[in-house]
Design a protein. Sequence first.
Length: 289
Amino acid sequence: MESQTLLLRELNQEEIPTAVDLTWQLFNDPANRSYPLFHSQGEITTEYASRLEERNAALLGCFRQRRLIGLLCYFFHPGEQYLQTTAFTIAEDYDTVASTFVKYLGANFGGYDIYVGVTAENTCAAEALQSNGYELIEASLDMRLGRSQFIDQYSSSHEIVRIDRTGLEEYAGFHMTHFGDIYWTIERLRKNIDQWTILALKTEGKINGGIFLRSDASGAEIFGMASAASAGEHAASALLSQALRTVFDENPNVDEVVFFTDEDDRFNQRAALSNGFRCHSRYRCYRNT
């Protein structure tokens, strides 16, 4: 069988340059990209090298006659049985290599929720994943904002408050109502509340809007934003602006903010566009069933 000619194994530090070259070459075409997206070969090198050093991560190469034709990189959290790929990159014989990756993950991470992110253009990945029992769970616009592109929509007519540990219980009900079906539950936020920036929009003392985001050394990502229909688009734009202003002010090195908005969520998309966001890519997330 064709699959018997393939060898899947962990890579070593000396093989990283070859892995980076293949990934970067394939990334030139949106139809070959997986998530996260990389801006440079240096970013890919950092990602692969760091995963090799981590205990709960791996970088695997798929070889045909000693020739590298695919890369699978991932990290996982054993306590939560969560696994996310950071490279699902295949140069040839896509269906066979993808099936090899999926079978490996299934055999080694039974009971885990396994997430694979790719671009919307990567239809080969979509077909291969779905034929191996994965389902599409998210179709989003990958929206990006650079610090210099931020268009502040400040408004003094809206009450927007910062949520910390003392205010989390008041905010919890809103979060469970609007974000109850995503990974970042209120319980997970509570465990590491100091790592999050959470803001709430209030009307007559009642929370009817919320946003939560997290920053690292050079970037930030909005993991959720929602508001009641009665709040209106202007209030949503003001809430987003306040969150962005907070992150930029408190993190001078943050130069880009990422915001994944559901493709059907015109409300959040208009709020993002009014603040200067632009659509960078289209994201698809698949999960094992």
